[in-house]
Write a protein that binds this ligand. Structure first.
Ligand code: PEP
Length: 246
């Protein structure tokens, strides 16, 4: 089974509308013709401009979060319906920064994944262990536990992109070795096999994220269980094209 690689840029809380326009305009010709599926996830306020600029290109636009209710008294939240209406195609769910700073739980992540799928949005569902958990030998139980809870009752797991992001490698310049990253992505695939069967596991894409750069993407992408990358810092300049076209 061949899985199409997917390279996504998570801009986090960076770039205003004007900067978004500049970066997207510089990247459109550079990522054109890429073998990988390409996703940019700018902040909410930039989404309308990003969708407009990328119409007719090979770039899909993603949000960095969504709420699972459609509308109502949820101050500060944005619903999946609202994203869909804008033309957004992907949504990052359960990023470790959301879990850490905004108290997101596995239960909430699961509801968001199910809702995104119901709306036809592609969730990029993040999981990963802390340095303390890795050093204590708990990386496997942490990640497998997240996958079991976050993907519980999902109808078609093959429509979910899973991003394995060891928290100790995010924004630190410290990348997991290709063997470490592949090992955890393998545990994730085993867990998907157990939950949804072998065919579904073979078809589901698993990204690695954590200090991916132009100089390390190729070796990571060469690993059996790694089907893409979720990129933070290195997605903020036109050099992101070097990652997309690894
Ligand atoms: C991320 O936050 O998704 C990420 C992987 O960040 P960075 O590439 O900067 O480590």
């Amino acid at each position: 089974m061949s899985r199409r690689p997917v390279i996504a840029g998570n801009w986090k809380m960076n770039k205003n509308v004007e900067e978004t326009e500049d970066l997207i305009k510089s990247l459109i010709p550079l990522v054109d013709g890429a073998e990988a599926e390409v996703v940019f996830a700018p902040p909410f306020i930039d989404l309308p401009k990003a969708v407009e600029l990328t119409k007719g290109t090979n770039i899909g636009i993603g949000a960095q979060n969504m709420f699972y209710e459609e509308k109502g008294a949820y101050t500060g939240e944005v619903s999946g319906e609202m994203l869909k209406d804008l033309g957004v195609k992907y949504v990052i769910i359960g990023h470790s920064e959301r879990r850490q700073y905004f108290a997101e739980t596995d239960e909430g992540v699961n509801k968001k994944v199910i809702k995104a799928l119901k709306l036809g949005l592609t969730p990029i569902m993040c999981c990963g262990e802390t340095l303390e958990e890795r050093e204590a030998g708990d990386a496997k139980s942490k990640v497998v536990g997240q996958i079991r809870k976050d993907l519980a009752d999902v109808d078609d797991v093959t429509k979910v992109i899973i991003a394995y992001e060891p928290i100790w490698a995010i924004g630190t310049g410290k990348t997991a070795s290709k063997e470490q990253a592949d090992e955890v992505c393998g545990w994730i695939r085993e867990t998907i096999t157990d939950m949804f069967g072998e065919a579904a596991a073979e078809a589901t894409r698993i990204q690695y994220g954590g200090s991916v750069k132009p100089n390390n993407v190729k070796e990571l992408m060469g690993m059996e269980n790694i089907d893409g990358a979720l990129v933070g810092g290195a997605s903020l300049t036109a050099d992101f094209a070097k990652i997309v076209k690894y």
